[in-house]
Design a binder for this molecule. Structure first.
Ligand SMILES: C[S@@+](CC[C@H](N)C(=O)[O-])C[C@H]1O[C@@H](n2cnc3c(N)ncnc32)[C@H](O)[C@@H]1O
Ligand SMILES: [Zn+2]
Length: 407
């Protein structure tokens, strides 16, 4: 087995340990790649060590899903690169019947095959040198469909979502990563419209809008096939967003979801936001009368299910990972913010707009709560507050805190 490896892996590589597996990966130092200067395309096979947190969370979320469903799961990861994700799923998640991996790159497949053998998982993992859509469509007939599909591309997952939804069993789970934050966060708005069919907005909560644009796209794609969706979990980290969606067959389920596709109106003058479901005509802000901008169509429904997040937390407690503490903190925030309405306020942005000193997170939250509003921190931004308070109430609270400071 070792001899075979030496024959096929003809580029600088190193052995790493992640979760419960050992993986041979490109030696990024040899390609001048560092975490601060991350250009994965320089290496012959894609590998990003920073995504360990993302992979850890995926292992836990899929474990929680398997536990919730109570039956064996068959998983597909059709853009696998060196295989690290799929190999971890086979090694670390209970009751996995099979993992099907594929990649379009010959070098990636050679490395993935080496890593499958290195971890003695040849009987559990099938590897195909194939285009992701071909892999998925080859498994779209009812008896071949998967329980879980993980779409983890470099860039947008959009080209793979139709085939992934077709290749997923009823009540199956699809996880999709998007790293194309320039379009999704409004830097390249036209690309976002083209790919996701919704307008982004360069507001301070653009990462949440990115999640909602991707969720809206998944819901609309599923609806075409008379399939409804439930967003079980989503998060934003570093340079990417990731969404975990359970699907539910039935035209009525799809109709119900269409009602969660709407628009978020934003006033750049007073920062007021509004959710509307119907297309609009030059609306003005109810709070200050300024003309509003908008983002959408996008998903305005829940973007995490607190009970599913609790199940991921349970898995985190049962599993030893390098990221246990970070994961627990992130999940606790996501669980608390899940029931709050869309969008969040970034304290410094709001106080800057009003020329007032920026209060500490906790002081701001406590004052909002005393005024009768809900308020929690959001995982999207360390200075972000999710609340049901309108913009004018936020202004009042900021002024009150500034006055108290002067006293
Ligand atoms: C971001 S990497 C995957 C990273 C991997 N999931 C991980 O956790 O390390 C994306 C991979 O998709 C592969 N790829 C790109 N286009 C593809 C296609 N159309 N079909 C299959 N694989 C493709 C690339 O060769 C690359 O290895
Ligand atoms: Zn306004």
């Amino acid at each position: 087995m070792t001899q075979r490896t030496e024959r096929t892996i003809d580029f600088p590589s190193e052995l790493i340990v992640e979760g419960r597996v050992q993986i041979l990966v490109p030696d990024l130092k040899a390609y001048g790649v560092t975490p601060s200067n991350y250009a994965p395309s320089r290496a012959p096979v894609f590998y990003n060590p920073v995504m360990e947190f993302n992979r850890d969370l995926s292992v836990l979320a899929f474990g929680a899903y398997q536990n919730m469903m109570g039956h064996e799961v068959r998983i597909c990861e059709p853009l696998t690169s060196q295989g690290i994700r799929g190999i971890r799923y086979a090694a670390e998640i209970d009751n996995v019947s099979q993992v099907l991996l594929s990649d379009i790159s010959t070098k990636a497949c050679e490395l993935a095959q080496h890593n499958i053998e290195l971890n003695h998982l040849e009987t559990k993992i099938v590897l195909k040198h194939s285009d992701a859509n071909r892999t998925l469509y080859n498994n779209a007939s009812p008896k071949k469909r998967f329980d879980i599909i993980d779409i983890d591309p470099f860039g947008t997952p959009v080209p793979y979502l139709d085939s992934a939804i077709r290749a997923l069993k009823n009540h199956g789970l699809i996880a999709a990563t998007a790293t194309d934050l320039a379009p999704l966060c409004g830097v390249h708005a036209k690309a976002c419209l083209r790919k996701y069919g919704g307008k982004p907005l360069r507001a301070e909560y653009c990462h949440e809008l990115a999640v909602r644009l991707l969720c809206g796209y998944i819901a609309a794609t599923a609806a075409k096939y008379d399939i409804g969706v439930q967003i079980l979990f989503s998060h934003s980290d570093d340079h990417y967003i990731r969404v975990y969606t359970q699907i539910d067959y039935g035209a009525k389920k799809a109709d119900k979801n269409i009602k969660f596709i709407g628009y978020i109106m934003h006033c750049f003058n007073c920062m007021h936001r509004e959710i509307i479901m119907q297309p609009f005509n030059c609306p003005t802000c109810q709070e200050c009368g300024a003309k509003m901008d908008y983002s959408g169509p996008l998903w305005v429904g829940p973007i995490a299910d607190p009970s599913f997040v609790t199940q991921i937390l349970v898995q985190n407690q049962k599993t030893i990972l390098r990221n246990n503490t970070k994961i627990a903190k992130r999940l606790t925030l996501i669980k608390a913010e899940a029931p709050l309405p869309p969008t969040y306020y970034v304290i410094d942005k709001l106080s800057g707009k009003l020329n007032l000193p920026a209060p500490a997170n906790q002081a701001f939250i406590e004052t909002l709560k005393k005024a009768g509003y809900q308020a929690v921190l959001t995982h999207f931004n360390p200075r972000g507050i999710k609340t049901d308070a309108p913009a004018k109430a936020m202004h009042r609270v900021l002024r009150e805190l500034a006055n108290n400071k002067e006293l």
